[in-house]
Structures are given as C-alpha cells and as structure tokens.
Design a protein around this ligand. Sequence first.
Ligand SMILES: [Zn+2]
Length: 454
Amino acid sequence: MRYQRIVANGLVVTPDGTARGNLGIRDGRIAAISPDPLLGDETIDARGRVVLPGAVDLHVHFNEPGRTHWEGWGPGSRAAAAGGVTTVVEMPLNALPPTTTAAAFQAKVTAAQASSIVDFALWGGLITDNLSHLPTLASAGVIGFKAFMCPTGTPEFTHVEDGILYEGLCRIRELGLFLGVHAESHWITQHNTERLQAQGRTDRRAWAEARPPAAELEAIQRALFLAARARCRLHIVHMTLPDGAEMIQESKGAGQAVTVETCAHYLTLTDDDLLRLGPVAKCAPPLRDRPTQEALWQDVLQGRIDCLTSDHSPCPTEDKTRGDEDIWQAWGGITGVQTLVPLMLSQGVHRRGMTLPQFATLLSAAPAKIAGLWPRKGAIHIGADADLLIVDMDREWTVEHRWLQSRHKHSPFLGRSMKGWIDLVLRRGQTLAQNGEIAVDGGGVWLRPNGEKR
Ligand SMILES: [Zn+2]
C-alpha cells in the first residue's frame, strides 16, 4: 500500500512501549506502524527524533463567544498547536453565555468551528439553576459536566452547594456522563478571605493563606462521598495535594469510578513563585510549597494521578497587573496551554525519569479516555487520527515572548529553560506547526464523545 505521508525512522511511542519504526498516514489516520520502510508520497525524516501522540488537554478556557478579548479560539488553538496540544477539551465557564444550555453549547461549537486549528470537544456546566438543561446538553454532545464547589471568578457561572451538587450527580449518572469538580470549600475559603481582607491584607501570601490545603481536602472528600452515594463517575480537576491523591486512591481501591488531574503549574511553580512573580502566578487552588510539590511528583510518577492538564485560563494583561499591589484584584488563572508539553518533557522526562510511555499516557491516552475520545484520539495505534509530535528531546531552548501565541502574552514561564523541542506537529496528518511557527488557518473539528465506557 502507498501512503500519503510517512514518518520515517523515529522512536515511536505507542501504548505498548517505544520502538524505532515508520508510520504510514492515509486519509488523516495512522494506517501502518512498521519496522520496515514504507512507501509514501511524502516522507518526514524523524531519525534521531521521538514521535509522540499529540497531547489532549482536558482543561482549557478559551472564553469565546463573549470574552474573546480574553483569549478566543484562534489564538488559544494556535497556542495549543505550537505547544504540541492537538486536541483541547474546553471548559463551560468564562465564555458568555456560559455553556449551561444547549443553545449556548451550539454557539460555542459554531465559534470554535470558525477559527480553531486544533480538534476540540466541550464540557457542559452544572450551575444552581440549570438542572433541567442537563439532558439537552448531554444529547447536544458535551463530554461531561463541570461544577464549582466555591465561587468562580465570573458571576454568571454560579457555584453549587451540596443540594444541587448531589441532585446533579444523580441526574448526570442517569445520562451516562460524569462530573468534573473544582474542589475547594466555599465556607473555608470565604471565611479566610473575609478575615484576611478585614485585616487589610493585600499581599500575595494572603491569597495562598485564604485557600489552605484543608479547604481543598474537605471538598474532595465531600465530592467523593456524594458521587459514591449517587453512583456517578467523578473527575477531580487541578488537584494539588498528595493527601488528596491518597483519598482518591482509597476510593478507587473501594471500586469508585473517579479520576484526577493535576496541572503543569502545580508541578513546576511553588508558593515562592507566587511571592516572586505576583498575579501572573495567581490561580485556584493556589501554588503549594516545595515539599508538597515533590510529593505530588511522586504521585504522578507512581500512577496516582490520571492525567496532566494546563488549566489554561488567560485574561487581558491589565487584569493581572491591576493586582500588583493588591493580590485580590488580579484575575486568578494561568496562561499555560502552550507550555504544558515542554514543561512535562523538561521536568518530568528529563529531570525526574518519567518514561515516554508514561508521558504519552498522562498527556494523551488518559485524558482522551476520560473525555470519551478514545480510541480516535490519545495514542499512536492503527486507525487513530494521525495527531503526532516529532520531538528533538535534547534541544535546549528558552521560553520567549515572541514564541507565545495566546492573545495576551503573559506567562509565569517566560525566561524558563526547557529541554525537548517540538520540531513538528501534525493534526490528522496535516502540518499544524513547524519549528514553532503555525502552518494552517482553521480546520479544527468538533468531537463528540463516542460513549465508549472506560
Ligand atoms: Zn479551569
């Protein structure tokens, strides 16, 4: 058979391990994986390079429609592509309207189809007053629902207390989907925030003090309990704590259907960076201390964390800088979709011995499975979309302003040294980015969850 494109002589990372070989691409899909030479119209020489599946980022906010001036599908998807993320799963909040009705869902699909260069799927939202919309959102094609257990940064996406949370879990289970939760206690974070603000505290440390580990752990425990009672699959987003990983591990051991993600920034920035960098490193939950971070790395390396995400949550730069002297005034969210893969190659694979198959599981296979996009997305195997990264593992480089593709080019990682450069990014066999430059306009497709059970 003759293929349209061949990726030749790379070290190919598959679910089974790594092997030097050749990939044949036909009609946008992987049609051959072979140690022997293949015939094709065009050959990409991957000698001396690692060939990874494109990353699937389960947690991004692109804010369009409605807050396109914060990011948008065009710049957001270009940032994803330049950083090796070929599929994004976009969160229901920060766009206007939020994705809490089927009409809002359709508006977002339309906006994304108009300008996304990466393939995409969408989360739906569970808020205080949209229980009756969950079935239509499910049939419209959400991959799952997201809820907050504490107030969000945007008033139209209301957080839910236990009554709605529990009823939502029961209904979502009937729909055969799952709930992702932002787990921080409303009561603890609100009390601490009011107390610290009453004391006149505006310093950066106050942000972290208002949101201690206890606030996160209490909410994780409550979410686990309610989801178990409702027999609904649960996903804990941006989890920061080894004690949380242990609680989730115990629940898994007891047979509960639960998964957990952590984000690149919790593994590569600490509370010292919040003090040093200020608002650009403000996020919720907040950055934790160095010992917590090192223990969280062990959870990642030993399989107690299912997947790694960016929680890319951008904003206009002035929404960060207005918090320079008063941390409460800054938007909480980190611009990170473009740095996710490079950070994990540098700090995971090179620095801490994460294996390449582990990397591919954490960044591609596991999030694709959680989102119901497997087996089309998430791995290099026959029949999957040819979403591929060709990586020069040894090249060292520095994150520079001009490399960033987001609408607002702030990042807590500016100036950081990286090891592992993405030479080429393919989306369904087509060149999406080459040597950090974007090569296409649009073309990203919407992915419905295939309903395949995990
Ligand atoms: Zn988020």
